[in-house]
Each structure stands twice: as C-alpha cells, then as structure tokens.
Design a protein around this ligand. Structure first.
Ligand SMILES: [Zn+2]
Length: 288
C-alpha cells in the first residue's frame, strides 16, 4: 500500500492543531522529536520510535533504523549545526517511519536527499521530504502567512515561524503557489540548482541546471556584486533572465546572499500572464 506523504503529514497536523487549541502552547515550530516518540501511541502502532538522537554518521544527514523486534530509532548527524536542518532531517526520518517502514529496515539519508527535495532521485526520498515539508509547514497555515504579495522578507518570516531554512520555506511556497515564480541558487556566477513553480514551468520559465551549465545573466540583481540583499526585490526586464520574454515584460527579482553557504539565493516572480517559451513560429520552422 502506498501512503500519500501530504495526507499522512496532514493527519498529524490535525492532531497537533487540536492539541494546541485545547492546551495552548506554541504550535510552531513543530517539536518533531516529541512527535516521533508519540506517533505510535497516537495511531496505535505496535512498533514505536523509541529514541531520537544525534550520532556521528559521516556522510549522512540522518537515518531510521529498526533497533529491536518492534522498535525503531531515528538518528541525525551530530555535526548538523542549524536547528532548521536538524528539524527537517528528523521530520524526513519520521516520514520514512510513517510511510516506508513496512518495506525496509534501515534508511540512511544523504545531504542531497534533503536539499533538493522537490526532485530527489529516489522516490522514497522525495516522499520523505514532502512529508517533512507538509508536517513542518502545513499548507493551511502557510497560505494564511503568505496571503498578499510575496517577497523574501515574508518567506524569511515563514522560515522563522516554522523553524526551517529559508530554502525550505521558499520550496514549500513554490510547491503550491499560483504565481509564476522561480528559485535560483547560484555560486560564483553560475546556477547551482533551480526550482520553478508549476505555473512557471507551464510558461517556459525554468532552468535546466542538471542538463547544462547556466551562467547567471549580466544585468540581473543576482550578478550585481554591489548589492548583497534585496528582500523586497527590484523590477528588471524579464528578458534578462528569459531571452524569449517580450521586451516590455518585467520580472520582480529578489536576492539574499547566504555567506555561510557561499551562495546567492534569487527569487523571480513573473507577471501572471507571462509566457516565455520561444515563439511558436520558430517551432514551426524547426519542424519543416
Ligand atoms: Zn531519506
């Protein structure tokens, strides 16, 4: 039986909502460790998670292991320093416990599995990431936090509310927004990776960073070394980023330089009606 990551995370969110309505206390960030230890009794499962602990696991971000006849342990890398990464890792491993423990006795998860969680290579890794995202940033609450025009200030406040990294908050927003928006993470003038919202992909606004090396365009805010942060964003011509965009089309570009990771995070938001595919007649010419 395949379980839906979003649905399973939502079952836990409903319980947490109810608990906090009755007992007060801080609903966010989610205390994943406490929830993992409670999970089996909440759902009357015979094989609980009995411990969540930091361990020295080189090369891995975290893991879930069957450590007894009917018990499991979650561990996370002791060298993880940011509380956001620890929380996301714990939630990812709880995701494996809820979704995948029937099929496997041990899960070891790499940094890559956690980072690019919208396109993790193994299906179960992507599912555990999705579970973690929905558990830590439930959509009903996320939508309420991001009701107006979006910018990196607001998404930064979401990251703080949910106790996750800014990247995780941006990815969760991209996963459900109706805006045509693209996240670009770049290093030394080249795109490291990128993620586009579904409407952006439909409009041709995305970057295939796995297939080719793509330079950060000159004329963009991202390439401007004088400005390291602009969370509200500036308007630049869309064709700076998307060569096929009409000359008059604007794109709002926001920027944060993450010095500790030595990278630049860029968020692009196109007008809702934007279409940046190459002109159709060029396809026709190519077909002939
Ligand atoms: Zn995993």
């Amino acid at each position: 039986m395949t379980l839906s990551p979003a649905k399973e995370a939502n079952r836990l969110s409903v319980i947490l909502d109810t608990f906090h309505q009755m007992h007060g206390g801080a609903r966010y960030p989610v205390d994943v460790e406490a929830l993992a230890l409670e999970c089996a009794s909440l759902f009357q499962l015979p094989d609980p998670v009995v411990r969540v602990y930091a361990a020295d696991v080189k090369g891995f971000e975290g893991g879930l292991f069957r450590t007894g006849e009917a018990e499991w342990s979650i561990l996370y890398n002791a060298s993880l320093t940011s509380p956001g990464r620890i929380r996301f890792t714990q939630a990812h491993e709880l995701g494996h416990y809820v979704l995948h423990r029937a099929g496997q006795e041990s899960f070891q998860c790499s940094t890559q599995d956690m980072l690019e969680w919208t396109k993790a290579e193994k299906a179960i890794e992507g599912e555990a990431d999705k579970f973690a995202a929905y558990l830590l940033m439930p959509l009903h609450d996320f939508r309420a936090q991001t009701a107006g025009d979006i910018n990196l200030q607001i998404l930064g406040a979401c990251a703080a509310r949910y106790g996750v990294s800014l990247t995780s908050a941006v990815l969760q927003w991209l996963s459900h927004t109706e805006e045509k928006a693209v996240l670009v993470v770049s290093r030394d003038g080249f795109m490291d990776w990128s993620c586009a919202s579904e409407p952006a992909r439909g409009a041709g606004a995305f970057f295939a960073t796995r297939k080719s090396t793509i330079e950060v365009p000159s004329g963009s805010l991202a390439s401007n070394a004088q400005i390291s942060h602009d969370k509200e964003g500036v308007t630049v011509p869309a064709n700076v980023w998307f060569p096929h965009a009409e000359a008059s089309m604007p794109v709002r570009e926001m920027k944060i330089s993450a010095d500790q990771f030595d990278c630049i995070l860029t968020l692009l938001v196109l007008p809702r009606g934007a279409d940046v595919w190459p002109p159709r007649d060029r396809f026709w010419v190519a077909d002939r």
